[in-house]
Design a protein around this ligand. Structure first.
Ligand SMILES: NC(=O)C1=CN([C@@H]2O[C@H](COP(=O)(O)OP(=O)(O)OC[C@H]3O[C@@H](n4cnc5c(N)ncnc54)[C@H](O)[C@@H]3O)[C@@H](O)[C@H]2O)C=CC1
Ligand SMILES: CC(C)CC(=O)C(=O)O
Ligand SMILES: [Mg+2]
Length: 377
């Protein structure tokens, strides 16, 4: 079975042997706050005194503006040859009227598909200092350490065919209709199931599979495969939850959940909800991995056009994504720990960007937050 070949390094697992010479990182800032926050991550990486070659390239709206395509050929080539990719965010409302294939968001979807980055790990961790910034009461959320394992290259975001057509039947026959298809092939479900079970095995030995099996064929297959794979992990307790209930449980009692495995769209939505438990979407990093630990690392949020250019975006999700990159793709766990400790220190010192600000703390901008992390290193 091909899934046996997955080498993906999971939390606590030292990393794959990696020849650490001239590590090349593709730096793809994108749009909106992307360049502002990626710049801070670059400064943090440089402060580690390691040999990183960082090559920057346009992507998203910036790619379209400079090269006529959101994922220019040169950017894709760089992403393929680099050892790891650090990605900002893409999207700008000024491109909303472009045809779908040219919209900035196609760049991130294209990178995930082209590089086969099927395993998206989104840890939602509440730093104790941010308990007051969480939307939930401290007693409900303190100590939160949740991991969402999201399948990233299938589901309705990649279903075919899709587009516009005349509604074929029913009450609206002949009317203009938008349609997408939700689809999952068995091997896609199986490989993400293995990632999720292996991760759960190293953590709390509990795995919650989230689906909508009461309604969807894809979810019925999803559930069947999860149960089948669970036989290989007898020490992990698997349970199932419908996605609507999962959304509710996430904000009711998130600590009852440990590892969640779910499809592309449900994982997208649930991870934004989980972000608020940690204080802000600006605190949620992510890793998107292929079968060989090649990874793209990005904050879970988007390009935040509403605050772009103001120098107030929280760069910590991006900086923590850089730490994940060091740990998962570059076998530099020690350096990842250093960054994470530095982030803890600046929070303990009371520094806050606006999204996590509370009375009694010190409000800082993007650059000051980056400066503080660099200083804490
Ligand atoms: N991976 C990617 O590149 C993603 C791109 N997008 C795109 O981003 C654009 C904006 O989408 P939205 O739905 O507004 O989602 P968003 O995540 O960009 O912003 C949602 C809200 O969170 C705030 N926010 C996000 N990141 C923040 C940070 N680091 N610090 C402080 N506040 C932050 C924003 O100001 C906004 O109020 C769209 O074009 C969307 O398609 C959305 C999600 C992911
Ligand atoms: C373009 C979107 C699918 C990106 C997104 O919202 C995400 O990956 O969280
Ligand atoms: Mg999202």
């Amino acid at each position: 079975m091909f899934y046996k070949y997955i080498k993906t390094v999971l939390p606590d697992e030292g990393g794959t042997p990696y020849e650490r010479k001239d590590v090349k990182i593709a730096m793809l800032p994108g749009d909106g706050i992307g360049p502002e926050i990626l710049n801070e991550a670059a400064r943090v990486l440089n402060a580690l005194d390691e040999k990183f070659e960082m090559e920057w390239a346009d992507v998203g709206g910036a790619g379209y503006a400079a090269h006529g395509h959101p994922l220019p050929e040169g950017t894709l080539k760089l992403a393929k040859e680099a050892d790891a990719i650090l990605f900002g965010a893409v999207g700008d409302f000024k491109y909303d009227t472009l045809e779908r294939s040219l919209r900035p968001e196609q760049a991130i979807l294209g990178l995930r598909k082209n590089l086969k980055l099927f395993a998206n790990l989104r840890p939602a961790i509440l730093y104790p200092e941010l308990a007051g910034a969480s939307t939930l009461k401290p007693e409900v959320v303190s100590g939160l350490d949740l991991l969402i394992v999201r399948e990233l290259t299938g589901d309705i975001y990649f279903g075919q065919p899709r587009g516009h057509r005349s509604a074929p039947d029913g009450a609206f026959e002949g009317a203009r209709e938008g349609f997408d298809t939700m689809r999952y092939a068995e091997p896609e479900i199986r490989r993400i199931a293995h990632i999720a079970f292996q991760t759960a095995k190293k953590r709390g030995k509990r795995l919650t599979s989230v689906d909508k099996a009461n309604v969807l064929e894809t979810s019925q297959l999803w559930r069947e495969i999860m149960i089948d794979v669970s036989r290989e992990y007898p020490d992990v307790k698997l349970d199932h939850m419908y996605v609507d209930n999962a959304a509710m449980q996430l904000v009711r009692a998130p600590k009852e959940l440990d590892v969640i495995v779910t499809g592309n769209m449900f994982g997208d939505i649930l991870s934004d909800a989980a972000a608020m438990l940690t204080g802000s979407i600006g605190m949620l990093p992510s890793a998107s991995l292929d079968e060989d630990n090649k990874g793209l690392y990005e904050p879970s949020h988007g390009s935040a056009p509403d605050i772009a250019g103001k120098g107030i975006a929280n760069p910590l999700a991006q900086i923590l994504s850089a730490a994940m990159m060091l740990r998962y793709s570059l076998n530099m766990g020690e350096q990842a720990d250093r960054i994470e400790k530095a982030v803890k220190k600046v929070l303990a010192d009371g520094l806050r960007t606006g999204d996590i600000y509370e009375e009694g703390t010190k409000r800082v901008g993007t650059k000051e937050m980056g400066d503080a992390v660099v200083a804490a290193l």
